[in-house]
Ligand binder design. Structure first.
Ligand code: GLC
Length: 633
């Protein structure tokens, strides 16, 4: 059952699509109250209750024991100490003695104190006066999720080729660099479907432009790559470069399409191209306008995009920068003690994504000025909605690949997400794993992390182990940052092990695609915590390093360095498949704890009794997969 409670007159976030009669927020059964001008509610947790949800967030599948904040943030350090990442996924669920889910449909900041202040209490603070809260009750966690997901609508299904392996880097600067990647993969006989174009394909980082020195005949080039079975996927950023004569900027100014300052002038902040203006994506006419701009690249043969910097990320504002520079000038020649030195350092490190800057940004909704803080968490989602709605209308649903960095529930109907700028750290394999079921609960099925890790230098074994998890994630993309060590699969000497891992992905694509489409159609999760399926099993309930995959399988990737395998818990008898290239080794394992050897070129998959897993022959491109010639294991 699902009930809706309302405070004030909220802006339509487009998250819930099932029409429901709103009850008064004061009838919400979890201690609604106003404290310090903010709305709060709370519920008690028994010792063995698990709290799930919050989608893309740090820490565990069980969210207990920390404070999280829904506030889309451009933060490239995904450490345990953080409260916010790029997304705002306001769905939380208690599973245990009772079972219910809560969705706070509010695009302003929301704080989730899940047993941090009071170990047995979850306290939620909503920093707004107009919003809806939904209460979902059912008999099991899986049913709560199903009920919630039916209310927010079916998840986006990308094109089939988007399940192929994808290679990215910031940046492949020109056509030669892209060619080298394709050649590198082809020579090593490693499957590949997409190569990404990061910001340097653009002219001076301007959206919907192509640098003609780097890609002299872009249309011709895109088509030549397509002939080879390779799709190029360009990035689109939220900020529009301030430059008179640049069509997008001029049109935005002429039509009043950009966010404003309080005095009505255009809000500006620096991002990659320097000073930018920010489309007011909350306005339908701005979404239609910006969405239609993707056509420029689609007409050149492009079939997929990733939307970035749409929290929105603000490197600096003129106000912030000038104040910092003034302080620096005053500081010249001073003898700094501890306080003085760290203050001046913080002035500069704190220039990006400042609260003061977000607070001085204004939107116009139905002719009314709305402060950005009240709708912050919808900004990126509305940018992606702009693209997604344009694609669906003009090219058909699921024809164009689209995924975004910032997101809000509702955006899952038109796009996927990636989990942003992680690190080449072993702990981030596990973080990636833990985000998967949480993101699925919130509707985001097409998702994945930067495999191999984005920031910092990766090692060969890390990339292999990361990829072995990535074999199962719908978005299987290796991406790394400017200035880091090469991370393409052929960059570490002998490429055989990489081929073995990625071939497993291609063998599994028909199966993974089927699970994906079914999960979208039936409001199911692809990845579930073990506790969803084995409710009374204590070890399964506490397991945070393995996941159920669809209805037949369990996955348990290796996530530590210098080990030859890992300990795996089997909640029932299962068959272990060791998959490597076209080799399949199969053995039976009894319920219980086992140490399972996993070589660097192997992908372990645990299959429940009586289930059959279809495998096809690998191919270098998804288009060459013979999806009707399946062998069953
Ligand atoms: C952001 C993105 C990252 C991209 C970089 C340059 O950090 O998250 O994926 O490579 O910007 O565009």
């Amino acid at each position: 059952m699902i009930r809706k409670f309302r405070l004030g007159s909220p802006y339509d976030t487009n998250a819930v699509i099932t029409p429901l009669q709103a009850e008064s927020i004061w009838d919400f059964p979890f201690n609604p109250a106003v404290t310090d001008g903010c709305f709060e509610f709370s519920f008690l947790m028994r010792q063995d209750d698990i709290v799930y949800g919050l989608g893309e967030a740090v820490r565990g599948i069980n969210k207990r024991g920390w404070i999280y904040e829904s506030y889309c943030s451009d933060d490239p350090f995904h450490t345990e100490s953080k409260r916010s990442l790029y997304a705002a996924h306001n769905f939380i669920m208690l599973g245990g003695s009772g079972c219910f889910g809560i969705f706070v449909d509010c695009p302003a900041r929301v704080r989730w104190d899940v047993g941090y202040t009071q170990p047995d209490e979850t306290r939620v603070t909503v920093f707004a006066k107009d919003f809806d809260v939904y209460l979902i009750t059912a008999d099991s966690p899986r049913e709560v999720v199903r009920e919630f997901r039916s209310a927010v609508g079916k998840s986006y299904v990308p094109p089939f080729w988007a399940f192929g392996y994808q290679q990215s880097r910031w940046s492949y600067h020109n056509a030669d660099a892209v060619d080298r990647v394709v050649r590198g993969y082809d020579e090593a006989k490693i499957p590949l479907d997409c190569v990404y174009l990061d910001i340097d394909y653009m002219q001076s980082f301007k959206d919907f432009t192509v640098n003609e020195n780097a890609f002299p005949d872009f249309k011709e080039y895109v088509s030549a790559k397509k002939e080879q079975g390779i799709r190029l996927i360009p990035i689109i950023d939220a900020g529009v470069k301030k430059e008179e004569g640049y069509e997008i900027y001029d049109e935005g100014i002429k039509n009043g399409f950009f966010c404003k300052n309080a005095d009505g002038s255009v809000f500006e902040a620096g991002v990659w191209p320097g000073v930018c203006a920010f489309p007011d994506f909350l306005k339908p006419e701005v979404r239609r306008w910006f969405g239609s701009k993707y056509r420029y690249l689609i007409d050149m043969g492009i079939e997929g995009f990733w939307n970035d910097m749409n929290e929105p990320a603000l490197f600096y504002s003129a106000n912030g920068l000038n104040a910092a520079l003034d302080e620096a000038v005053d500081a010249k020649g001073k003898n700094f003690d501890l306080g003085g030195f760290f203050h001046i350092k913080d002035v500069f490190t704190g220039l990006s994504n400042r609260q003061e800057d977000y607070s001085s940004m204004w939107h116009s909704i139905d002719g009314k000025a709305v402060n950005h803080q009240d709708v912050h968490n919808l900004y990126g989602a509305c940018m992606t909605r702009a693209a997604g709605e344009y694609f669906a209308e003009n090219y058909g649903e699921g024809e164009i690949l689209m995924f975004s960095r910032a997101s809000y529930i509702g955006a899952h109907r038109t796009a996927g997400i990636w989990f942003g700028d992680n690190h080449s750290w072993w702990s981030h394999i596990l973080l990636n794993l833990k985000m998967l079921p949480s993101a699925n609960m919130c509707g985001f099925l097409y998702c994945g992390a930067d495999l191999g890790g984005f920031n910092d230098n990766a090692t060969r074994d890390l990339v292999l182990r990361f990829l072995a998890l990535g074999v199962f994630t719908p978005l299987m993309r290796n991406h790394s940052a400017l200035g880091t060590r090469d991370q393409e699969c052929y960059s570490f000497g002998d490429a055989g092990d990489f081929r073995d891992i990625i071939e497993v992905r291609y063998r599994l694509i028909p199966y993974l695609y089927k699970i994906f489409c079914a999960a979208s159609a039936d409001s199911e999760m692809i990845f579930r915590p073990l506790s969803f399926d084995y409710l009374g099993d204590k070890i399964a309930r506490e397991c945070e390093t393995q996941l159920m995959l669809g209805d037949d399988c369990m996955i348990a990737p290796v996530y530590e360095q210098n080990v030859s395998g890992r300990t795996v818990y089997l909640p029932e008898d299962m068959r272990l498949l060791r998959l490597s290239g076209t080799r399949v080794e199969s053995s039976e394992l009894k319920k219980g704890i086992h140490y399972v050897d996993v070589a660097l070129n192997e992908v372990p998959l645990f299959v429940k009794k009586g289930k059959k897993i279809p495998l096809c022959q690998p191919a270098l491109r998804t288009r060459d997969l013979k999806t009707d010639e399946l062998e069953f294991v």
